[in-house]
Design a protein around this ligand. Structure first.
Ligand code: SF4
Length: 493
């Protein structure tokens, strides 16, 4: 347990993620009198144009501390902004010293979408060299990560909506929150089909209501759907009839000549069939995600998947036969029992299948997952250096095979504080993924776990609305959530 002792409340937001990165897996408390074995104290005071910052870190490694004065100037809000930045600088420095390692290759940046910062710099006309320097100087980022962020931003920038134009294109996400079994690293609450009769029907009735109500409003307001992403869970758990009915509705309400991309995240190959792929193809689906995570059978068994490597290869063959033109495959670096040898095998096997997109994730240790709560599985998780090497290995192999990184995001509790990177062969970038991560286009999230982001095209201001992931909660609240969604759409208009 880490005790975080702060003399100013606002310091919490500035430093808590950095502190967690220095002590991965530890809980954090601000409660006086709690039991703890690590303590981070941060004291900050202003005097005129100077901010005094004092930081002390105590753990079984010993004590590290520093005190420094920083010049801050401008309005009160500006002085607060500068002070937060300096506190983060000093905190990062002391925590790295204390841990005797770089706790975060992204320096003081801990947000999920670091590429957005680069896009904002490019908006201001800052040249590429200065962008990389600013990331290293102002955010203490490693040079290699700064270069990666710039590359991703350059690759996806042509697909972003232009600023300050009335853009009526939106993205649509539909969440099917069911899976055939639960992966050990998953913390998704409603993931596994309960077997209760009627559970899926209840969910689909609620979803149909939401699709129809939101679709009617979109038409009234003159929006057009540019991309659709059916995610989950595992949308391929829907039967042929259920899929047919869902796509019938989507065709009535959303799909038009303006719809440039429709993805189904089939996810588990064991949930897919040739018949389902035919339904997708007939309804305009042009992108399928088959997510093996690893191509090593022993790992697949260990992480709770119901399929093996052969099942993945078979599913890819079916997709190719179906006529659907793009395949994405998700992989995870850092899985229990995996190191460089296993990663190399996975990379070789995946490349034999020639997918147009490959997404390389770094394992995130999520608190609600059975992995996090199993001592044996946790001890088999790859070490930080192995994860870093694995991420590098995939980057090298994929780039060498012509793939380009085009979207990137981070998650809490990721191993080695790395990132998830979407790679694609030229001409095969996924529009939905770009808009979802860069947050410059409104995305409507329907169904279980659907996240809606309402973007004001004049200043990229964002408001969010989340549907519950748990199917029962979703069914109970769908009417009120749909009303809120429609209200927010009208307010944007
Ligand atoms: S397929 Fe995805 S949502 Fe389903 S259990 Fe595995 S990680 Fe969770």
């Amino acid at each position: 347990m880490i005790f975080l002792d702060l003399n100013q409340v606002w310091l919490y937001d500035a430093v808590h993620e950095l502190v967690r990165m220095a002590f991965p897996g530890d809980d954090l408390t601000r409660q006086e009198g709690s039991q703890y074995d690590k303590k981070v104290s941060i004291y900050c005071e202003w005097s005129g144009g100077t901010a005094r910052v004092e930081i002390q870190v105590i753990s079984k490694r010993g004590t590290s501390q520093a005190a420094r004065d920083f010049d801050v100037n401008g309005s009160e809000a500006e002085r607060l902004r500068q002070t937060k930045q300096w506190v983060r600088h000093l905190c990062y420095e002391i925590l790295c010293d204390h841990a005797a390692r770089d706790i975060n290759s992204y320096g003081i940046l801990t947000g999920m979408r670091p590429v957005k910062l680069v896009q904002r710099m490019l908006d201001q006309g800052i040249d590429y060299g200065e962008v990389v320097q600013a990331l290293q100087r102002d955010h203490l980022m490693q040079g290699q990560k700064a270069g990666l962020l710039l590359e991703v931003a350059q690759n996806n920038r042509p697909f972003l909506p232009k600023p300050q134009t009335s853009n009526r294109a939106i993205g649509l996400y539909i969440g099917i929150p069911f899976c055939p079994s639960r992966c050990i690293y998953c913390s998704f609450p409603g993931a596994v089909l309960s077997g209760r009769p009627g559970q899926m029907d209840e969910f689909l009735t609620a979803l149909e209501y939401e699709i129809k109500t939101v679709g009617t409003s979109l038409k009234e307001l003159g929006y057009r759907v540019e991309s659709i992403y059916l995610g989950g869970g595992t949308p391929a758990v829907l039967s042929v009839d259920q899929s047919e009915r869902l796509f019938g509705l989507l065709n009535q309400q959303y799909i038009s000549a303006d719809t440039a991309e429709i993805t189904v995240e089939a996810g588990r190959p064991d949930a897919l069939s040739r018949d389902k792929l035919q339904v997708y193809y007939r309804n305009g689906v042009d992108r399928i995600c088959i997510n093996p995570q690893s191509m090593n059978d022993s790992t697949l068994q260990r992480i709770g998947r119901n399929h093996d490597r052969e099942g993945v290869v078979r599913a890819v063959d079916w997709v190719r036969d179906s006529g659907i033109k793009q395949i994405n495959m998700d992989l995870i670096v850092g899985l229990p029992g995996e190191g460089i040898r296993e990663n190399t095998h996975t990379a070789e096997e995946i490349l034999k299948l020639n997918p147009e997109n490959i997404t390389v994730h770094t394992l995130a240790l999520k608190r609600g997952s059975s992995l996090f709560n199993s001592h044996d599985a946790l001890t088999a998780v790859a070490r930080v250096e192995e994860v870093e090497q694995g991420v590098e290995l995939f980057a090298g192999i994929l780039r060498g095979s012509g793939y380009q990184p085009y979207y990137l995001y981070r998650q809490k509790y990721m191993q080695a504080s790395m990132e998830n990177i979407g790679y694609a062969l030229p001409g095969n970038y996924c529009l939905y993924n770009i808009q979802m991560i860069e947050e410059r286009q409104t995305i409507l999230g329907l169904g279980g776990g659907g996240a809606s982001k309402f973007v004001d095209p004049w200043d990229w201001k964002l408001t969010s609305l989340y549907n519950p992931r748990d199917p029962n909660s979703y069914c109970r609240t769908v009417e009120i959530l749909t009303r809120r969604k429609v209200d927010k759409l009208r307010a944007l208009n």
